[in-house]
Design a protein around this ligand. Sequence first.
Ligand SMILES: [Zn+2]
Length: 447
Amino acid sequence: MRREGTWNGGPGTPRRGPADQATVRRSNLALVLRHLREHGARSRSAVAAETGLNKTTVTSLASELLARGLIKETGPQHAGAVGRPGLALALDGSGVGALGLEVNVDYIAAFATDLAGRVLLDWRISFNAMNSTPERSLEELAGAIRQAVDELALLGVRVAGITVAVPGLIDTTTGTVDVAPNLGWYGVPVATVLERADVSRDVPVTVDNDANLAALAEFTSGVAAGTPDLVYLTGEVGIGGGIIAGGRLLGGADGFAGEVGHVPVDPSGDRCGCGRIGCWETKVGLAVLVRMVTPDNAYGTHDGMVRDPEERLSEIEARQAAGDPRVTEAVAEVGRWLGRGAATLVNLFNPRVIVLGGYFARLADQLIPVAQAELERWGVAGSIARCSFVASDFGFCAASRGAAGLVVERVLSDPTTVDIRASAMPVPQMSTEGSADPVSHRAKPPR
Ligand SMILES: [Zn+2]
């Protein structure tokens, strides 16, 4: 059974303390919006009674949330036993979208939801970022953002914010990627470049670490949602870790925590994308599996050819089905190193669950038994630590999903980030009933 985690003190959570009037109002708007999101439709009186705000304040806050298109009025509700029926307030947000993107070595992914978490858009395009300049990659990313914003506009959805997930060390205050070794990005001011290109039509762009965003997606709505101590591992060419400890994302002094892929495990091993020797990702990253199993198609060998990771996995599985003995041995080798490296994580953080993302999830049936045995061999607590590997069911969209989740969280924490609609006219509404499911509009750009 799935439980639910919360973003619990994540970025954007409003701080309480001495505050001016505008801050108090923002905080109260957030309180009412979250209350409606968590508890469902209710009258203004009920909101007042349950939040401790006075009725006049709730009425004023509700007017502003209505004007911003974040809530709507629904059918009559009895305010109480003696109250006359009035219109109830409910979370709307179907016209407000949160857009998340991920740039990785071989693809760009886009994911969007409305404020209620309904998926509006979910696609991925192949792109060879490894062999492109940062400028070229940002052009491609800008194009993907424009396309996503246009698709959402066709659904009648205004974009409230955009977060871009990048596999690297990020200065989240400026939206600059300090280092993304597998992309070859050093000091790339992603947010500034995208804002200058006006891809987002004045919508704020933030940048964050892919593994951290994916971990938050898992913690809020994934296979191990609500598990207060979990580690998420990205299974890409690079391996990143998002660590949830005691229900909070572990950031570290600079927000750089979780670079587990660059923990040195073999001093006589291969050179890593970061320039060092024998990092964990040189043992378990997708590039090493591809090189062991399909050396003719190793990363970097066909400069002009862009291959989606799912295509590479299909090829690996096809070779295994055809009886190629290299595949089973290579996957077992990855599984052993996965368990050995995970033992370090268990020794450090004592997680209850390690969620395997990306390509690890697709090969989980083969990887987990080997990795679990190795984990118990190398973890100092052995089987006492009761830590299990589980496969994520978010595929390669966990980071973009988490990126969209971060935008939703920002709106819930500060509803004033969503503009008041032009003359507060109703924006086109999507049906929430019947067969008009916006996911069915999913547009997958041609590869
Ligand atoms: Zn490294």
